[in-house]
Design a binder for this molecule. Structure first.
Ligand code: G3H
Length: 247
């Protein structure tokens, strides 16, 4: 496809200095595929600590940020602050931000645009809930989520789109390679028709939801799956297998 494989490890609200040191030691001593962009996303308070320990081959990402550089936004942080502590990326619109913290499409789109203007790459997350899939609304939902983001993005060079079906996140119920491939192909078609041919061809669309060392290789064979966003397994030694899933 010409698209570089991209694997992100979203540690979510997990880890402490001792545990992070062990995870990073494991990554630094592993043989990692040079043809993969690798990013880990620790809790914000550990970004600088993690960056200081990590091999320069591995980038860091924030798990969220706000849509302003600074100001009276208690408890939040800005893309400028992420850059200041060494992050190159930020995850925006993760299903937990949407569903636990109530973030909507409009805010997620605004955050995405502001992060990109601030020169932070964005891992933009979308995905349907189980009841939406069962009602046959998967495409409608992911197209609407993508449309909101696309309305505010002008340059897609530093965007990665993460398709994470909510029913597959943290459940052990991975989408089958065919289920994931189908949605990724539909998203690429949507991008071709609504953004541009070149964005449709070049944008990395990664899959997330119960990816493991055991299922990553088969998923990675699908032509439109350009990598993974990994939660639970990114805290474990098997994350190395996932990074190297393309062989
Ligand atoms: O961002 C990562 C996803 O939420 C997937 O999490 O691999 O634990 O299912 P999981």
């Amino acid at each position: 496809s010409g698209r570089k494989f991209f694997v992100g490890g979203n540690w979510k609200m997990n880890g402490n200095k001792d545990e992070i040191k062990k995870i990073v030691d494991g990554l630094n001593s592993a043989t990692l595929n040079d043809n993969t962009d690798i990013v880990v996303s620790p809790p914000a308070c550990y970004l600088e600590y993690t960056k200081g320990l990590l091999s320069p081959k591995i980038s860091t990402a924030g798990q969220n940020c706000y849509k302003a550089a600074k100001g009276a936004f208690t408890g939040d942080l800005s893309p400028q602050m992420l850059i200041d502590v060494g992050a190159d990326w930020v995850i925006i619109g993760h299903s937990e931000r949407r569903n636990v913290f109530g973030e909507g499409d409009e805010l997620i789109a605004e955050k995405t645009a502001f992060a990109l203007e601030s020169a932070v790459g964005v891992i933009a997350c979308i995905g349907e809930k189980l009841e939406e899939r069962e009602a046959g609304k998967t495409e409608e939902v992911v197209f609407q989520q993508t449309k909101a983001i696309a309305a505010k993005v002008t340059n897609w060079d530093k965007v990665v789109l993460a398709y994470e079906p909510v029913w597959a996140i943290g459940t052990g119920k991975t989408a089958t390679p065919q289920q994931a491939q189908d949605v990724h192909a539909q998203l690429r078609k949507w991008l071709r028709e609504n953004v541009s041919e070149s964005v449709a061809n070049s944008l990395r669309i990664i899959y997330g939801g119960s990816v493991t060392g055991g299922n990553c290789k088969e998923l990675a064979q699908s032509p439109d799956i350009d990598g993974f966003l990994v939660g639970g397994a990114s805290l474990k030694p098997e994350f190395v297998e996932i990074i190297n899933a393309r062989g």
